[in-house]
Design a protein around this ligand. Structure first.
Ligand SMILES: Nc1ncnc2c1ncn2[C@@H]1O[C@H](COP(=O)(O)OP(=O)(O)OP(=O)(O)O)[C@@H](O)[C@H]1O
Length: 249
C-alpha cells in the first residue's frame, strides 16, 4: 500500500512548480508536507491524487496512479482540496453519502463509521449551509472517509478552525492513520505539524529539501532555513513544538 513518487515534475503554464520529487510514503502514518507559500505543496498533492498532469511516476502498490481507471483511483485515494466548498445546500448525511459514489453504493456501515469518526452524526439531518465552518470541515472529511480510501490526501484542513477544532481535526487525522490508512496533509502551523506528523516533507521552490521522521527532520535549524525566520522550541510532553520568533535587529 506504499505511495511512491519517482522523479515527479509538475509544470503549470510555463513554470516548473514541482521538480524531480522522489518519495516513498508509508500507510498507517501521518505525513505532513510543509513549506512556504507557493512552494508547490498543493500541486504535489494533486499530482499524488492523479489530478494533475506530471512527469515521472506516482505509484500505489506498484500501479501507476495516472493510468488507474478514475473510479478505482477515487476508491483508493481520497482527496480533500484546500477551501473545499459545498455548492448545494444538501443535508449532512446526503453530502457524506456522496463519498460512496466511486463504489456505486450507499453502504450504511461505511457512512455510519465515517460520520461517527468525524463527530457529525449528531447533526446528520441539518443542511450544510447552516453549519459553522468547523462543522462543515468535519462533514467534508466524513465524505472522503465514507469512500474508505487507502490514502487520504488533505490540503490545509485547519484553515478557519479555532484551536480546539484544529486539535480535534488533527486527532481525527491521526485516528484515520491509526486505522491503517495513509494520511498526507498539507499544514502551515509548525506546532500543529509537530502534534500531527509522524513524517514530514519539507518543500521549497518546488523541490523537496528534506523528508523523514518529524522529530529528526523538523528542527529549529531546518525550519529557519525553510522559512527564513528564526524559531524557538517549546517542549510539550515528548514533543518539541516550534514557534516562529522575530530575528533580533
Ligand atoms: N492553476 C494554476 N495555474 C498556474 N499556476 C498555478 C496554478 N496553481 C498554482 N500555481 C502556481 O504554482 C506554484 C505552486 O503553487 P501551489 O499552490 O502548489 O503552492 P503551495 O505550496 O500549495 O502554496 P500555498 O502555501 O500558498 O497554498 C505557485 O507559484 C503558484 O502561483
Amino acid at each position: 500500500m506504499a505511495l511512491t513518487l519517482d522523479r515527479v515534475t509538475v509544470c503549470r503554464g510555463r513554470h516548473v512548480v514541482v521538480e524531480d520529487v522522489s518519495l516513498a510514503l508509508m500507510p498507517g502514518r501521518v505525513t505532513v508536507i510543509l513549506g512556504p507559500n507557493g512552494a508547490g505543496k498543493s500541486s504535489l498533492l494533486q499530482a499524488m491524487a492523479g489530478l494533475l498532469t506530471h512527469q515521472g511516476d506516482v505509484t500505489l502498490d506498484g500501479v501507476a496512479v495516472a493510468t488507474m481507471p478514475a473510479r478505482e483511483r477515487a476508491r483508493r485515494i481520497g482527496y480533500l482540496p484546500q477551501d473545499a466548498i459545498v455548492h448545494w445546500d444538501m443535508r449532512v448525511d446526503e453530502v457524506v453519502t456522496l463519498g460512496r459514489l466511486p463504489h456505486g453504493d450507499r453502504d450504511p456501515d461505511a457512512i455510519g463509521i465515517a460520520m461517527a469518526a468525524t463527530g457529525v452524526a449528531g447533526f446528520a439531518d441539518r443542511p450544510v449551509g447552516a453549519l459553522s465552518g468547523g462543522e462543515r470541515s468535519r462533514v467534508l472529511l466524513a465524505r472522503v472517509l465514507a469512500g474508505t480510501p487507502q490514502w487520504m490526501l488533505v490540503d490545509e484542513p485547519l484553515a478557519s478552525l479555532d484551536p480546539a477544532h484544529a486539535l480535534d481535526m488533527l486527532g481525527r487525522l491521526r485516528g484515520i492513520a491509526a486505522g491503517g490508512a495513509g494520511v498526507v496533509v498539507v499544514l502551515h502551523d509548525l506546532p500543529q505539524v509537530a502534534l500531527a506528523a509522524d513524517d514530514v516533507v519539507l518543500m521549497k521552490e518546488g523541490q523537496v529539501v528534506a523528508a523523514g521522521p518529524c522529530e529528526t527532520v523538523l528542527t529549529i535549524e531546518s525550519a529557519a532555513q525553510l522559512y527564513g525566520v528564526d524559531f524557538a522550541d517549546i517542549k510539550v510532553g515528548d514533543r518539541r513544538l516550534l514557534v516562529p520568533v522575530q530575528r533580533p535587529s
